[in-house]
Structure formats: structure tokens, C-alpha cells
Design a protein around this ligand. Sequence first.
Ligand SMILES: NC(=O)c1ccc[n+]([C@@H]2O[C@H](COP(=O)([O-])OP(=O)(O)OC[C@H]3O[C@@H](n4cnc5c(N)ncnc54)[C@H](O)[C@@H]3O)[C@@H](O)[C@H]2O)c1
Length: 501
Amino acid sequence: MTRNTRRQFLKQSVFAAAASPMITTLARPQSPNEKLLCAVIGCKGRGGSHISAFAGRKDTEIAYLVDIDEKVGKQVCDGVEKRTGKRPKFVKDMRVVFDDKNIDFIATATPNHWHALCGVWAMQAGKDAYIEKPISYDIAEGAALVAAAKKYKRICQTGTQCRSNPALINAMKFIEEGGIGEVNFARGLCYKRRKSIGALGDYKIPAECDFNLWSGPAPYTEPKLTRPQFHYDWHWQRLYGNGDSGNQGPHQTDIARWGLGINRHPNSVIAYGGRLGYQAERKDPGYIDAGDTANTEIAIYDYGDKCMVFETRGLEVDNAADAEINKVFGGKGNKIGVIFYGTKGTLVQREYTECTAYDLDGKKIKDFKGGGDHFVNFLDAVKSRKAETLNSDAFQGHLSAALAHLANISYYIGENNKVSPAEAKAILEKVKSRDDNVATLERTIAHFKDSGVDLDKYPMSMGPLLKFDPVKEVFTNSPEANEMVSRDYRKPFVCPAPDKV
Ligand SMILES: NC(=O)c1ccc[n+]([C@@H]2O[C@H](COP(=O)([O-])OP(=O)(O)OC[C@H]3O[C@@H](n4cnc5c(N)ncnc54)[C@H](O)[C@@H]3O)[C@@H](O)[C@H]2O)c1
């Protein structure tokens, strides 16, 4: 981030922009029976769900499908034509959509590095926006989206769809009403097996993909692709993605924050971990995986009277040291969810549509079940113009995405600070937390060992304890960390600072 833009960013607190009521108008005047015209931008994986949500409804029509991959574009246009009898226009450049006055809203599932710029451009053009999680690539981008939604009076939903599920809505209400007593601590889990994405190398960019448009706000590494698979695996390269802390993470940290009743950034963060284990897995001590985000990252967030810990694991997900976690969370295999620890019991979120509350003896108190429709919640707000009815507006999306960014900043700064288990223990013993930091560390070490990681040869990294001003959105003890609040952009793909949207 340049000095100037950082100063501009510091001047504007996103919290001033957060909770103001909005009276907004639709992008264009409409008769009651007219369909809302939309564009889905980024159509492959998650984009397919966006297309399914808006194709074939009586009140929406997909006018454009936008993708930088021609093959994907043809496929999805064929699919919509088959389903609705009408073929959307296919374009590679999202700016065509923003220039079309007839488009009411966009839904975007591009890679993370495009989310904020796409959303800001859309709202500047008067469109409402459904933006996938994490809604930002970094902290400043999230603040820019919050500011844009306010300035242009747009409806902006974040794609954390759990927020619209009755299971979660009722479970969080149960916590709020004291169902498990006082709750000041939540542990988020992303124990999700992730294999190596292949060796770091020089791979061919598929001919059907426009790499300039794909790269957009990220540095243009033309003509180099360093990972074997073009799509999806960008999640694990820090120029574009945010690792699993920023991929699966924003669902669970969002739920944890919700249940803890927290609507602000934390006061501090410390993260440790590494991208380890693939050398053993490949039986090649010199193997370098093409990913450079942590596959194992533990983050401790302090909110003063409350605390959240988020554990990301990409290696083996079952080991003996996890007996305590297994006892509460249950089951074998991937464990993706949140455990709330109350004075009278625990509440566990295991599925997107399922939660269970237990008493202190582990006896079930209550089940919460049921899925909802986050897209419909968005459409209702688009029609009513009542942004306050959104279950997950830009502000909520920003707070939850920022948790991943905060952890990653600590991890990236400490990446070369390699520590032995004993050194890690000495550091974590001094970190304020409602967790037993040492017990969590010991489980993490056991997890590495079970996965064949030789910690003497490939040690963990320990990030610094970063103090954060949750209102000004700046680090107060690390100029280096403040350099990572935003990124440098490649013209013309520049996401403006929050007070320049
Ligand atoms: N809410 C959820 O449960 C959920 C689930 C999966 C993914 N996601 C999110 O969805 C996003 C996409 O993830 P994915 O797994 O589908 O990724 P993906 O790489 O499989 O698909 C991304 C698509 O976007 C296209 N694209 C890239 N740049 C573009 C641009 N400038 N304009 C138009 N299209 C562009 C790509 O060609 C590709 O087709 C991610 O941010 C991810 O976090 C959310």
C-alpha cells in the first residue's frame, strides 16, 4: 500500500459507515411484474450455485454470464438456455455488464482477489451485489466495500449462506438467550484434508483463459503459471487466495463471531503454523509445493472479555491427541465447525444446517436443524430496498474476512521465524487467551508428527502478537503489518481506498 492511500484509509473508519439506515432505489425503474436482470460473474465452481439460484425463477433473469474462460462460458450459457429457453449473453470482461444500464444486480464468485473491485465497480454503476466470501482479499478492500454500499445506497450481501439457515439462526438465538450460560470463548475448526497442489513450476495457461483479466488487481505474472491446475488452486497462492483460513474459515469465524455477539475487529491476533507435510507425503525431502499459504494455521483472537481461536489443518485430520476435540465435536474425518464453550454447556455447529447444544456432562439439550435461502434473502432486500434485512451485509462480511487477513498477516510476518515446540510454548504461554494455548499447541504438534512432519527439519513458523485498533483498522505495534492492510494494484484494476470509492 502506498503511503498516500494508507493515510486515506486510516482517515476513514468503516465503523462510521456501518450501521446507517439506507433508503435506496433499484438500478432502474420497474413495473411490478418485470424481472430483475442480473449477471453472474465467475461461473465455474461456486458460480454454478449462483446460476442455479437465479435461473428459472419468475422474478429474475440472467442476462449475462461473465467468465474469463470461454469453455466455462459456453458450458454455462448452454445450461441456462436449456433450463430457461433463453441464452444469456456471454462476455469475458465484467465492465461490459457495469456499462449496461438494464442490469439490476450482479452475483460474483470469481477468485478472492477480484471480489472487492468487482463489487465496488458494480455499486458505482448502481448495481446491487451478492459477493462470495471472503468478500475481500485484504482488510482495506473489505472497508472499501462497506463504504461503497453506503455511498451508493446499494444492497450488498456476503456469501456466508449459513446466516440464512434457521438451524444457525435459532442456535445463535439460543446462545444469546443464555441456553448454555455465559459464552466468552469459541473455537472454530477447519480440519479439512488438502493434498499438495503439485510442484512449483512453470505451467501453460489454458488457451481459452484470458490471463490478463483473470489476474486483474493482482500482479501480472505473464506468461507464467506456477501451479499445475489453473482454476481453484489459486486459493493456496497468496497473490490471489487466502489459504483455508480465508476459504473455509470465513464461514466458521462468521458463525463464531455471531454466537459470541461480536460486531467488531479483535484487539490482537497471533498466528502460527506452516505449509508443511507435503515433503513427507511425496517422499521427497526437496519437494516444493506450488502453494504458499499455510496449510496449518492456528490463530488466537483477543476481544478483551471474549476470545476466538481458529484452527486450520490441511494434513491428516484424525489423531490420538485430538481425543478432547473428538469428544465434543464427534466423528472421524474432516471436522468443519464451531464449538461454543458456555458456563452451562457447549453448542456445536457441525453442518451448515445443523447444531446441537449439550449440558456440561455432554448430554444433548437441543438440536437445531434447517436450511434457508441466502439468495432469496438478498433478492427480498433488492426488492424492498431495505438493506437492514440482509442476513449478511458487507459490514458482516468485512469483519469475518478480516479475521483471515489478520491471522495471515501475523503468519506471513513470522514466516521466517522458525520455532521449536519448546520455543513456541514459551511464546504462547504469555499470550492472553481464554483457550489453553499450550494444549492447542500440543495437539497441533501431535498433528504434524502424525502426518510425518519432521519438525526438526521443517519447523513451524511463529507470527508476532499484533495489536490492532479495531475502530481505526490499523495495527498499533507493527509498521510491517500496516503495509499489509492493502496491496499495490495494477492499473486499471485498482480498488479504491474506502474514502475514495
Ligand atoms: N459460499 C460458499 O459456500 C462457497 C463455496 C465455494 C466457493 N466459494 C467462493 O467462491 C469463489 C470462487 O471459488 P471457486 O471454487 O468457484 O473458484 P474457481 O476457480 O473454480 O472458479 C472461479 C471462476 O471465476 C472465473 N474468473 C476468474 N476471474 C474472473 C474475472 N475477472 N471475471 C469473470 N470470471 C472470472 C474463472 O475463470 C472461474 O471460472 C471463491 O471466492 C470462494 O471462496 C464460496
